[in-house]
Design a protein around this ligand. Structure first.
Ligand code: UFG
Length: 343
């Protein structure tokens, strides 16, 4: 029988790619999204691309009545919980918003799951929980030390979910720690559509490539790395989305055990510097991307990348796409949709 997955925040950048991959793998999908940083158009396009019929419900995860409605109207087999806010700088300015949406929203969701007997959940966590690591690759057992309210909320929800999974009969959860998701679906139909001027490297470069910003600010070229710029583990959003399908497959199989909450890194195990990313972008678009060296950005870690061996062992997942493909697909989406979904 077809299994149904609820994706909270499913209309967003990562969520829309997950919905595509779930539908392509034969799951039915219900999306709950408040459209605060997303558009219903992404799900319309996912439906067209997959010939699927995802159910789209507008609502906030802090609203218990909406959640109870979603769980009573649909037989949900597993939840992928992506809904939340994610701007590091804003979380420092307005921590209450982050604790409210990310933590209270999650507690509310897990409470509703409990009431409706839904016991499988995949949580969208982040490598940000590792803070500023001294060594890489990062394994899941390395200490967590988030440095801002956003990172704190991710770690708090991991801990809440761990406790609830241990306490509730048949609960199973996976806490997926994403490295830096970038790129877009190969169709160029779905991709990242940030509100306003983006903070992150790929969407910012995309704006420069589209002549919507004059140049990229490279935040520091005096780090203790080979070329002086920071190193991150960029992962293609399609690889990341497929990791979620494997996660759901796993939770719904007899390979998973009840009352277990596993942390799993999703990365490529490769680090790329800001300059390497810039070069790969130039190769993808075929022209130069103007840049200037700017001061370091507060709170940036010099370098880190994943060890994803647990994802491979547990879920049978590993990333396939390289940096060239990430840049090519991101640029394909952005050049075809210079105004994103056009909201
Ligand atoms: N960078 C620039 N110029 C820019 C933007 C970024 O030089 O305009 C540099 C940053 O200094 C950093 C690298 O590019 O060295 C990547 O920066 P991003 O902002 O793209 O990503 P971060 O690694 O800072 O953070 C991202 C997400 C977080 C998440 C974290 C997980 O924004 O939400 O990855 O590791 F938690």
């Amino acid at each position: 029988m077809t299994k149904t997955i609820l994706a909270t925040g499913g209309a967003g950048y990562i969520g829309s790619h997950i919905c595509y991959e779930l539908l392509a793998a034969g799951y039915q999908v219900v999306v709950l999204d408040d459209f605060s940083n997303s558009s219903a158009e992404s799900i319309k396009r996912v439906a067209r691309l997959t010939n699927g019929a995802p159910v789209l419900i507008k609502g906030d995860v802090r609203d218990a009545a909406i959640l109870d409605h979603v769980f009573s109207e649909n037989r949900i087999d597993a939840v992928i919980h992506l809904a939340g806010v994610k701007a590091v700088g804003e979380s420092v300015q307005n921590p209450q918003k982050y604790y409210d949406i990310n933590v209270s929203g999650s507690v509310n969701l897990f409470g509703s799951m409990q009431r409706h007997g839904v016991s499988n959940v995949v949580f969208s966590s982040s490598a940000t929980v590792y803070g500023i690591p001294e060594i890489s690759p990062l394994t899941e057992d390395m200490p967590a030390n988030p440095l801002n309210p956003y990172g704190q909320t991710k770690l708090m929800v991991e801990n809440i979910l761990r406790d609830m999974t241990a306490a509730n009969p048949h609960w199973r959860s996976l806490l997926l720690r994403y490295f830096n998701p970038v790129g877009a679906h190969a169709s160029g139909q779905i991709g990242e559509d940030p509100n306003g001027i983006p903070d992150n490297l790929f969407p910012y470069i995309a704006m420069v490539a589209n002549k919507k910003q004059p140049k990229l600010n490279v935040f520091g070229d005096d780090y203790d790395t080979a070329d002086g710029t920071c190193i991150r583990d960029y992962i293609h959003v399609v690889d990341l989305a497929r990791g979620h399908v494997k996660a759901v497959d796993y939770l719904l199989s007899d390979r998973a055990t009840d009352n277990s909450a596993e942390m799993v890194n999703l990365g490529t195990d490769q680090g790329s510097s800001v300059f390497q990313v810039l070069k790969a972008w130039e190769a993808a678009c075929g022209f130069e991307i103007p840049y200037r060296i700017a001061p370091r950005r507060a709170g940036d870690a010099p370098a880190y990348y994943a060890d994803s061996r647990r994802a491979k062992a547990l879920l049978g997942w590993q990333a396939e796409y390289d940096l060239a493909r990430m840049c090519a697909d991101h640029w394909h989406w952005q050049s075809k949709n210079p105004d994103g979904y056009g909201k």
